[in-house]
Design a protein around this ligand. Structure first.
Ligand code: EPU
Length: 416
């Protein structure tokens, strides 16, 4: 297993190229199942989760022509099963449920089970599909879905779920009549999926709001789509500028996707130059403490909570960080404490008392964003930080060591 070794204390300066968004690419790959033909997807990030999604599509019968665009042939899809081995590796595999049941009227998808950050049930995906006329049975750890026809309906989500909204949008686009998704997720990745489905011939209104209306169509054409830049990757590198008191430009990026994060980084003392194509973030001499509550978009993203917490460990006061999306997303706290951070947890709230320094230490990553927070802490710490289990990072950050080395970080990957 690989390790990442960082010698901290170097202010980072320069430009980081942002890759395509993982959480936009995953639903788009699933959406290729909606219709046979040759789909073209550009700017696909090179990540472990993307490889897992492609393995799943291959298992279902799809074939690929590698390159940019990646061409995905889905005429040959002849299986409807997402097996346990792939779903347990990546929960987003559940995104094939909606498209398979919409196109073939049947699907068999392993139940994902819990993960490091929470229980993460899929009850809202399943009850939504039932509202469209899909019969759902849970048998031997699998969701068995079947339908004679899918018929549009009103669906209210108790919680605005990102992949749940994506799954239901993909199912409803080929259902008969109108579907209204209420309390739908408003994340940019959901908007991008809707735009792509519309270009495929779907009819979707209200995207980016909490009420999405879909008029079912009888057929779609293959997609030809370019994936947007990854907002969480961009935000992570901007935070790297903040925590190391450096100066980093991220490009390309879409600044509207990053408003909540930039607002907080400004409160923490950073200065920004924002254009249509790039954002330059300059770290302040002093990191100011600031309180954070995670929320569905446009609120502060849970996927940046661990990274901003690393920065607050070095702030000039106390920050209260409240995690409101996942019930167990503080796994990075005990590792940050091993680096000298002063953090206590009460329920879903972390009280971070800023210190003037962190010390490098051997630490272990537990999930993707927790790993990113340990990298950021290591970049700012005195001495050497060794991060084990970096395969988590490879799920969501393309070429992180090369990108960080490009802005001056002393970072390397070694085989254990
Ligand atoms: N929830 C339910 N029932 C459901 C679905 C969700 O109770 O049927 C709950 C979840 O347990 C959670 C909340 O609703 O408490 C929101 O979860 P959501 O469904 O929105 O999360 P997700 O779709 O499984 C996506 C991202 C996550 C990101 C969350 C929140 C993808 C592939 N994953 O997950 O990304 O944290 O939305 O924004 O899009 C990551 O990239 O590191 C990551 C974990």
């Amino acid at each position: 297993m690989d390790k990442i070794i960082i010698e901290g204390g170097v202010p980072l300066n320069g430009t980081v190229q942002i890759s395509g968004a993982k959480n936009a690419a995953l639903p788009l790959l699933a959406a290729t199942l909606l219709t046979g033909g040759v789909h073209r997807l550009r700017n696909i990030p090179r990540l472990r989760d993307i490889r897992t999604a492609k393995t799943l599509l291959y298992h279902l019968g799809a074939t690929f022509e590698e390159g940019d665009p990646l061409c995905i042939h889905t005429d040959t899809v002849d299986s409807y099963e997402a097996p346990y081995d792939l779903v347990k590796t990546m929960r987003a595999s559940v995104l094939v449920l909606g498209p398979l049941v919409a196109r073939f009227k049947k699907a068999r998808v392993s139940l994902p089970g819990g993960c490091a950050i929470g229980a993460r049930p899929i009850n809202l995906h399943l009850s939504g599909l039932e509202r469209l006329g899909v019969k759902i049975e849970l048998l031997h750890g699998y969701v068995e879905a079947s339908a004679k026809r899918l018929v549009g309906n009103h669906i209210y989500f108790d919680i605005p779920t990102v992949t749940g909204t994506a799954n239901l949008m993909m199912a409803a686009v080929l259902a008969e009549g109108q579907t209204v998704l209420e309390n739908a997720a408003r994340e940019p990745e959901v908007v991008e999926l809707a735009q792509c489905l519309t270009n495929m011939g779907g009819s979707i209104q209200g995207v980016g709001t909490s009420v999405i209306t879909i008029e079912g169509v009888s057929e779609l054409r293959p997609m030809d789509h370019t994936i947007m830049p990854d907002r969480i990757e961009a935000a992570t590198y901007l935070t790297a500028a903040g925590i190391t008191r450096g100066n980093i430009t991220v490009r390309p990026c879409i600044s509207e996707h990053l408003e909540a994060v930039i607002h907080k980084l400004e409160q923490a003392g950073m200065l920004f130059e924002i254009t249509d194509d790039y954002i330059q973030g300059v770290g302040g001499k002093t990191i100011h403490n600031t309180d954070i509550k995670t929320d569905p978009h446009p609120g502060f993203p849970t996927d940046m909570q661990a990274q901003i917490m690393a920065m607050m460990c070095l702030a000039n006061g106390q920050s209260i960080i409240t995690e409101r999306i996942f019930e167990n997303r503080f796994m990075h706290v005990s590792e940050l404490k091993r680096m000298g951070a002063d953090i206590s947890i009460e329920g879903n709230t972390a009280i971070v008392r800023g210190r003037s320094t962190l010390q490098g230490a051997p630490v272990m990553a537990t999930d993707l964003r927790a790993s990113a927070s340990l990298v950021l802490a290591g970049l700012a710490a005195e001495g050497v930080t060794e991060i084990a289990r970096v395969y988590h990072l490879d799920r969501g950050y393309q070429g992180i060591e090369e990108k960080l080395r490009g802005v001056g970080a002393k970072i390397e990957r070694v085989k254990e």
